[in-house]
Design a protein around this ligand. Structure first.
Ligand code: SAJ
Length: 447
């Protein structure tokens, strides 16, 4: 039963008849696909991003996000359904705005809220009656109502009456061929029931399945549970891999057989470590907040430790493999096969490959890498890829580098790799992803 009236009823009508002007702040792997979905649904969409280069590319109809082909973006821009600007004043003319900005961790593993604060400050400047604001960036429970809401209400406008505020977790899985923005169920929770109703109505115009919940805190916690679930289970299976290594058991065979259980089990796979901008990071938003509530998040801390140790474990496997052929890491040529944080994408953020390269270089190895999706990497972790220092930049090499390598380490199992040729051309291989499943050879070592 709808209790929308006055301003909220007017906004509902604009959303229903698609005359609501939609804004998306942050045109990254979450924001740009969302903006495209709304343009495809027939809304006029304005993307807002501080990165002028991104805005220029959008306005030129050129995509820089793997999940959005230029052939999809260009026609929407040409029809005038989607445009981009770095000027937040555009918000004056918009009815809805989704915030999809980064929520990284500081070095101290405390949440870095600077992007959410900066965006909220800008939105507060241009907030007007009848606006719907939805935060999508993954964050700790309470962010929307405790941090964003007061900033918006400084305008004198009242939430639930003059403007409407929701949280809706983004669930984008970059590179997933089956689930993209439109067909991933969308959880949304509002500061007031009116807000939840308007947020649900908004998403129903462009997405297949909306899941309303009772508050912004529930919606914030849903996302953290999802990603903490993944991070902890990956940590568990990484520890199982280390146990199996010590007992000479093939952990991959164990997992494959366990996965035949038709209920009560979900396979996760060991790997070189946890990459990406979500799984290694989001759970620490939860542990940070729960500490404030006096509850120690021990599972998260322990899983974080185990996952963080995997690059070292991989390097110990490389040293053991070289030892089998009477070689040392020091002075060896080692080729890293795949540096993206997971298969078939070009993103190296938090990629364990960077840690493995760093550790092997520290031990005196000569390192090269092969990755068809990644032209170059920045080795200096602290600069997050912004360094202009030429020494910290490493360019990828062609496959043939493996022919003169003392050891090849498969860190990312891209589909594009020719694994049969890799085995033929390599003297020694450490496989951290079971990419060489079933290959029986003395030169292949596995996690
Ligand atoms: N990984 C393992 N073992 C596994 C699964 C993953 O080592 O069994 C590693 C991957 O190699 C990668 C990291 O964990 O380095 C994260 O992998 P991911 O598959 O979770 O990939 P993300 O971070 O790009 O996407 C995830 C989403 N993935 C899935 O649900 C499959 C989803 O959790 C979120 O929508 C998204 O993060 C997000 O934005 O939060």
């Amino acid at each position: 039963m709808s209790n929308l009236q006055g301003i909220s009823a007017a906004l509902a009508e604009k959303i229903r008849n698609k005359t609501a002007r939609v804004g998306v702040v942050g045109l990254g792997y979450v924001g740009l696909p969302l903006a495209v979905e709304y343009a495809q649904a027939g809304f006029l969409v304005t993307g807002i991003d501080l990165n002028v280069k991104k805005c220029d590319m959008v306005n030129a109809g050129e995509s820089y996000i793997g999940d959005i082909p230029t052939s999809v973006l260009a026609p929407l821009v040409a029809k005038g359904l989607l445009k981009a600007t770095s000027d937040f004043a555009a918000l004056r003319d918009l009815d809805t705005v989704n915030i999809a900005v980064p929520t990284p961790l500081r070095k101290t593993k405390d949440p870095d809220m600077s992007f959410i604060v900066a965006s909220s400050e800008e939105i507060a400047k241009y907030l007007h009656p009848g606006m719907l604001v939805i935060l999508e960036s993954t964050t700790y429970p309470g962010t929307t109502d405790e941090l964003v809401l007061p900033m918006l209400e400084k305008s004198g406008l009242k939430v639930g009456k003059d403007f409407f505020l929701c949280f809706s977790p983004e669930r984008v899985d970059p590179g997933n061929p089956n689930f993209q923005t439109k067909n991933i169920p969308k959880v949304v929770g509002g500061t007031t029931p009116n807000c939840t109703e308007l947020g649900s109505l908004f998403y129903a115009q462009a997405l297949d399945h909306v899941v309303p919940v009772s508050s912004t805190q529930v919606a914030e916690m849903v996302k953290l549970l999802e990603n903490t679930f993944r991070m902890i289970n990956i940590g568990l299976v990484n520890e199982i891999a280390i146990m199996c290594d010590g007992m000479g058991i093939n952990v991959w065979e164990v997992i494959e057989a366990a996965a035949t259980k038709p209920f009560g089990f979900m396979p996760f796979f060991p790997g070189p470590g946890l990459g990406g901008h979500c799984i290694p990071i989001d759970p620490f938003y939860l542990s940070w907040k729960s500490k404030q509530a006096g509850v120690e998040a021990r599972f998260i801390e322990l899983a974080g430790y185990i996952n963080g140790q995997m690059p070292k474990f991989v390097v110990s496997k490389v040293a053991k493999a070289l030892n089998e052929v009477c070689k040392s890491v020091k002075g060896s040529k080692i080729v890293i096969y795949g540096v993206a944080y997971k298969r078939d994408i070009d993103d190296v953020r938090e990629s364990p490959a960077l840690d493995i390269i760093h550790l092997l270089k520290q031990m005196g190895a000569h390192i090269e890498y092969v990755d068809p999706h990644v032209a170059q990497i920045h080795l200096d972790h602290s600069d997050h890829g912004h360094s202009s220092n030429p020494d910290s930049i490493m360019k990828g090499v062609a496959h043939d580098a493996v022919k003169t390598a003392d050891c090849v380490v498969i860190v990312t199992n891209h589909t594009a790799f020719d694994y049969k040729k890799l085995v033929e051309d390599s003297a020694l291989i450490v496989d951290t992803r079971n990419a060489l499943k079933g290959v029986k050879s003395d030169k292949v070592f596995r996690l």
